[in-house]
Each structure stands twice: as structure tokens, then as C-alpha cells.
Design a binder for this molecule. Structure first.
Ligand code: BJW
Length: 257
């Protein structure tokens, strides 16, 4: 059963945050929306408003047309490089700097805006948009002994390939049907299990197993707060739903009075 919000939910939450032993922020694409980065599922301008996600964010989609998918990722990389952290990212980083060890971030985001704002304790569940890796375990990429195989060489293609075996580079993100990085998911599970406050910011809560972290946190006793301008799949898990954007609400929660 969720709490009825008090007359001053923001003020009450600030008091809770002040008393908290461990705060975790679980963020999604909406966290970066006010930095100009498109969300995925926004009906108007989300990345997937007009395309089938499985054609873009799955291994099968990539294999079906590597240049098309690579070019889409290159556009998104350029948008991230040109963007800046917003007031929400900065409020979290500044709070962490004032209270070392109190706040951790578990993010589904593949941009680097939490890190560029100055947050150091960030667990990335879905990888790194700005990095890439081999599609297959490449014998040339893995070889350390030049006698075993010639050193791997990346050609200048789109996407780049290994000159020797044709293996492709791919974005170092987690696509549908792929396991999340084991270390990141384990660390995230431990972090949310230990939180007394969990703030769920800017995620629709539709993608698993990430969304399950909120269920886990609540079961482990955390006070769960959703921050989002729209309803989400996780609202029923929340003790409190704050309707508003990350860049507007997070400074009001975390900035010093
Ligand atoms: C604002 C705002 C503002 C706007 N301020 N807020 C259990 C049940 C059902 C399905 C599954 C299940 N377990 C696994 C699955 C399958 C699948 C899944 O979850 N499917 C569902 C969609 C049905 N999961 C997987 O495949 C995962 N892997 C896995 O489970 O491995 C095991 C396995 C192996 C083999 C076979 C099967 C399973 C992997 C998931 C990988 C997700 N990858 C993506 C793409 C990353 C690469 C890329 O960027 O291209 O990650 S999908 C995309 O969704 C991205 C995001 O991180 C993720 C979450 O999206 P997010 O962040 O919530 O964004 P939106 O757009 O949905 O929402 C934005 C929100 O912001 C909205 O609420 C707005 O209102 C709000 N907002 N402005 C605050 N200013």
C-alpha cells in the first residue's frame, strides 16, 4: 500500500534524504531529456516512436544491416558528445560531493552525462554508447602472440571491420535478448538492496531485468519515490510519485537550502 502524500511531499522527502543512510538513484532516459537526448518511448519524439526497436537495438537488427544501424548509433553518439549535463545531473553530483558515500547511481543510460556532471559512483546497466567492441570473439583481437595470429587491425569501414577475419565492431551497449554485464547487475542488486531511499528518475520501467531492481529495493525495505512527468510501469511500486522533470525536481530535493 502506498502512502498518501503529505501536504508538503517535497519538504518531507528532503527530510528523509537528510536522514538517509544510503540513497540510490535509478535513472533512465528521461534523466537526460533536458540535455537534449531523445528518450526511447516518448510518443512524439522518442527514438522508437516510428521504428521497430528490434530493428535497431538487437543483434539480429544489426546483422541485417550493419551500416544502417552503425550510422544510427553514430548520430546518437554525436548528439551525446554535443550535449551537457542538466541541472538534475549536477544536483546529484554536487550532493555526492558534499556527502561522500551517501548516494549511488544505477543508470540504464548509455550516455556519460552523470559522469560528466561529476558523479563517480555510477553503475551502468546497459553499456556505453561512446564505446564499441567486437561482434564476435575475434581471434585476431584476442591474440597476444603475433605468431598465433596477426595483430587485429581495424579498417576504416562503416562499421569498422577486422582486416583479417571480417569481424565487425559494434556499439558496446546491451541490446534486447543480451545479458546485462554480470558485474554491473550484481553491483546494482547489492546497491538497491542496501538503500533506504530509492529515487526512480526518468524511466518508463518497461525494460527488464533493470525494472526488477525497483521491486527488489521495495522488498528489501527501501522507501521508493518515482520522479517523472508521466505515469510509469513502476508507480505501483512507489511510496510516493512526484510528477515533474528531473532537471526541475532533483535540485529542489538535493540542493542545500
Ligand atoms: C522524463 C523527462 C524528464 C521524459 N524528466 N523524466 C521479463 C519480462 C518481460 C520481458 C523481459 C523480461 N526479462 C527480459 C525481457 C526481455 C527484454 C525486455 O525487457 N523487454 C521488454 C521491453 C518487454 N529485456 C532484455 O532483453 C534484456 N536482457 C535480458 O533480459 O537478458 C536475458 C535474456 C537473454 C536471452 C533471451 C532473453 C532474455 C536487455 C535489455 C537491454 C535494453 N537495451 C536498451 C537499448 C540500449 C542500447 C541503445 O541505447 O540503443 O536500453 S532498450 C532501451 O530501454 C535502453 C534503455 O536503457 C531502456 C529503458 O528505457 P528508459 O530509460 O526507461 O526510457 P523510456 O524511453 O522507456 O522512458 C523514458 C521516461 O522518461 C518516460 O517515463 C518519460 O515520461 C520520462 N521522461 N522526459 C524525467 N525531463
Amino acid at each position: 500500500m502506498n502512502e498518501l502524500p503529505g501536504r508538503h511531499p517535497l519538504r518531507d522527502l528532503r527530510v528523509r534524504l537528510k536522514r538517509a543512510r544510503r540513497i540510490v538513484v535509478f535513472s533512465g532516459a528521461g534523466m537526460s531529456a533536458e540535455s537534449g537526448i531523445a528518450t526511447f518511448r516518448d510518443a512524439q519524439d522518442g527514438l522508437w516512436a516510428h521504428v521497430d526497436p528490434m530493428q535497431w537495438a538487437s543483434e539480429a537488427g544489426f546483422r541485417s544491416d550493419p551500416p544502417r544501424v552503425w550510422a544510427w548509433y553514430e548520430q546518437r553518439r554525436a548528439a551525446v558528445r554535443q550535449s551537457e549535463p542538466n541541472a538534475g545531473h549536477r544536483a546529484l553530483a554536487a550532493f555526492s560531493a558534499r556527502h561522500p558515500g551517501l548516494l549511488g547511481i544505477v543508470t540504464q543510460n548509455v550516455d556519460d552525462l552523470h559522469q560528466r556532471a561529476g558523479s563517480t559512483e555510477v553503475i551502468r546497466l546497459h553499456g556505453d554508447l561512446l564505446a564499441d567492441r567486437w561482434l564476435e570473439a575475434c581471434p585476431h583481437a584476442e591474440a597476444t602472440d603475433a605468431a598465433q595470429a596477426p595483430a587485429c587491425e581495424v579498417d576504416g569501414g562503416t562499421p569498422p571491420r577486422c582486416r583479417h577475419c571480417g569481424n565487425l565492431r559494434r556499439p558496446a551497449v546491451v541490446w534486447f535478448g543480451e545479458n546485462l554485464p554480470y558485474d554491473a547487475l550484481s553491483a546494482a542488486e547489492a546497491a538497491v538492496s542496501d538503500a533506504d531511499e530509492l529515487l526512480v528518475v526518468g524511466t518508463s520501467g518497461t525494460v527488464w531485468p533493470a525494472a526488477g531492481l525497483v521491486v527488489r529495493a521495495r522488498q528489501a525495505g527501501a522507501h521508493v519515490v518515482v520522479v517523472n512527468p508521466e505515469p510509469t510501469e513502476l508507480d505501483d511500486e512507489a511510496h510516493l510519485v512526484l510528477t515533474g522533470t528531473a532537471a526541475r525536481l532533483l535540485p529542489r530535493l538535493f540542493d542545500p537550502l
